[in-house]
Write a protein of this length. Structure first.
Length: 127
């Protein structure tokens, strides 16, 4: 069974129902399972400045998710990514987490993630 790591922008777009029908159906199935997040995504989500209701929904989503910390394997992948591609460290950590866990990354960030060697990547807008 395919395992997925969810990027911050996908959570944002899911909460705002921005995906086309196929993307939304796919994301519903991913969110119905236990969502998997990098600790970076957790931090980014908790930094959102939003209203109380959405903040509570985000906190509940995080509570229901599996959060993956940075470990030596993630660091090693991150270093390799940053040496070979111009990418911000938080995005490199997210990609490295997916690589270290052998998960498919779900994101709407083709520019940073699509060309990372070995990274399985899905953009819900392109399903």
């Amino acid at each position: 069974m395919e395992r997925y790591l969810i990027d911050t922008n996908v959570v944002s777009d899911y909460f705002s129902a921005s995906f086309p029908a196929n993307g939304l159906k796919f994301m519903d199935s991913v969110f119905d399972a236990v969502p998997n997040l990098s600790v970076i995504t957790q931090i980014e989500l908790l930094c959102w400045k939003t209203d109380y209701i959405k903040e509570q929904a985000v906190k509940n989503f995080i509570f229901d998710s599996e959060i993956f910390d940075i470990n030596p394997d993630v660091i090693s992948h991150c270093v390799d990514i940053r040496r070979n591609k111009k990418i911000k460290t938080p995005d490199a950590i997210i990609a490295a987490t997916a690589l270290a866990l052998d998960y498919t990354l779900i994101s709407n960030n083709d520019k940073d993630f699509k060309e990372i060697i070995g990274l399985r990547y899905i953009n819900p807008y392109r399903i």
